[in-house]
Design a protein around this ligand. Structure first.
Ligand SMILES: [Zn+2]
Length: 80
């Protein structure tokens, strides 16, 4: 699943089975960089169909539940 990062969002807002927000840490994530390609085939295809297979593509991924977030334009600067 790929979600939109909300303004000022710094932790994961995906809800778990009990309906509680995950609050996992969001890490920068390069799904197609040579040294670490996304191992989940379904997720890789989802990302590739939306963004293309760019090595420089940067998204955010939750360390707890592995949900992927799109970076809005203004956050691209902050996260590099
Ligand atoms: Zn999460």
């Amino acid at each position: 699943m790929i979600k939109d990062l909300l303004p000022r969002q710094v932790v994961c807002n995906e809800r778990n089975a009990k309906g509680k927000p995950c609050h996992g840490k969001l890490k920068r994530y390069y799904p197609f960089a040579g040294y670490y390609n996304e191992p989940d085939k379904t997720l890789r295809q989802e990302i590739e169909s939306e963004f293309g297979k760019k090595k420089t593509l940067v998204l955010l991924k939750c360390e707890e539940c592995a949900v992927v977030f799109r970076l809005p334009g203004e956050l691209k600067v902050k996260f590099g």
